[in-house]
Design a protein. Structure first.
Length: 117
């Protein structure tokens, strides 16, 4: 059974940092690209960042560039999102996703990030 379990969300103030983690199980982690998306109620899910199975960062959305960084740990089957200089507009539910090359096949349940002004 495939599981992606996010953790690390919370309530912070503008300018603070948070580190989200996603623990993957039930997949051969090394062959999956991993990504973070976020969603605000009433809006479409938004891409944040993804990282290739090699560990090379594929992309960061313009809205988080220079503030967020994605990384992966193959020994722990984990992908992380370091979020710095958080803004109120970063408030969302953050989701982890996994792809073996044909779309984001697996998704986590999400972790809430709330940034107060």
């Amino acid at each position: 059974q495939v599981q992606l379990v996010e953790s690390g969300g919370g309530l912070v103030q503008a300018g603070d940092s948070l580190r989200l983690s996603c623990a993957a199980s039930g997949i051969t982690f090394s062959v999956y690209g991993m990504a973070w998306f976020r969603q605000v109620p009433g809006k479409e899910r938004e891409f944040v960042s993804c990282i290739y199975r090699s560990g090379a960062t594929a992309r960061l959305s313009d809205s988080v560039k220079n503030r967020f960084a994605i990384s992966r740990d193959g020994d722990k089957n984990m992908v992380s999102l370091q979020m710095n200089s958080l803004r109120p507009e970063d408030t969302a539910t953050y989701y982890c996703a996994a792809s073996a090359g044909t779309g984001w096949k697996y998704w986590g349940q999400g972790t809430q990030v709330t940034v107060s002004s």
